[in-house]
Design a protein around this ligand. Structure first.
Ligand code: GLP
Length: 238
């Protein structure tokens, strides 16, 4: 595991954006795994700015998002499809057909999840997977207790996640489609960005380097090309 201990959250986001840009520049046909969440907003802002400056083209890049809520309309402000459009895809030259995210309202959610996993495999697997971190240690929407060998599937969201992600948790969806832990761990490179004090307990569990089923993020430490990027608050420094 490589750990980039950034001096502040802005530097942490820029370092993460730089890793994505470098990967895209070196692999013009890269398959990226993308994440959502507030942590990623400044990252995508930097990626878009660097791409605009002509540093890198996303024209032949394919992406797969980690997850999507089930039951929201596709353009609902809280949907991850809408998030990706607003924060990244409309700012770069990516072809809309190359951008993948699980459907929010599929007729058969289990079938949609299986097709999504098959599409990742058909694309040759993920080259660089970007990850945020849940306060409870989830990655994607793999909540505590998720199986190490899980693939893309329908998942039930924990109360903690529904509270964290929605100001009124009564409005929060109860389920999502998420890449599994095995899907994520099959990526050739993984970069996780954690900023803010609410992530420090989960960051500790990654750094501990021991697999703990109650902390899905702990499985990352055993990956052969994993980079953790943190700001001081996420490291528990005051
Ligand atoms: C959601 C996503 C996770 C992401 C998390 C972090 O739960 N499913 O992939 O890591 O948000 O969100 P934030 O960056 O807003 O803390």
């Amino acid at each position: 595991m490589k750990h980039i201990s950034a001096p502040d959250s802005k530097t942490a986001a820029t370092a993460t954006a730089q890793l994505i840009i470098d990967h895209a520049a070196n692999n013009p046909n890269a398959v990226l795994g993308l994440a959502t969440g507030n942590t990623m907003r400044p990252v995508y802002k930097d990626v878009a700015a660097l791409a605009k400056n002509g540093r890198v083209s996303f024209a032949d890049i394919i992406s797969f998002n980690l997850d999507e809520y089930l039951g929201l309309s596709a353009d609902a402000p809280a949907s991850f499809k809408r998030y990706m459009h607003d924060n990244l895809s409309r700012h770069i030259d990516m072809h809309p057909d190359n951008f993948h995210i699980p459907a929010a309202n599929p007729k058969d959610a289990a079938a949609e999840a299986a097709l999504y996993e098959a599409a990742i495999t058909a694309a040759g697997g993920i080259g660089l997977q970007l990850l945020g971190l849940g306060t409870n240690g989830h990655i994607g929407f793999n909540e505590p207790g998720s199986a190490r060998d899980s693939r893309t599937r329908v998942v039930e969201l924990s109360e903690q996640t529904r509270r964290d992600n929605f100001s009124n948790s009564n409005d929060a969806p109860t389920h999502a489609i998420s890449m599994g832990l095995a899907t994520i761990l099959s990526a050739r490179k993984i970069v996780l960005l954690a900023t803010g004090a609410s992530k420090s307990e989960a960051v500790d569990k990654i750094i501990a380097g021991k697999e703990m089923p109650d902390w899905p993020c702990s499985y990352l430490a055993g990956h052969s090309d994993f980079t953790l990027v943190t700001d001081p608050a996420a490291r528990g420094e005051t």
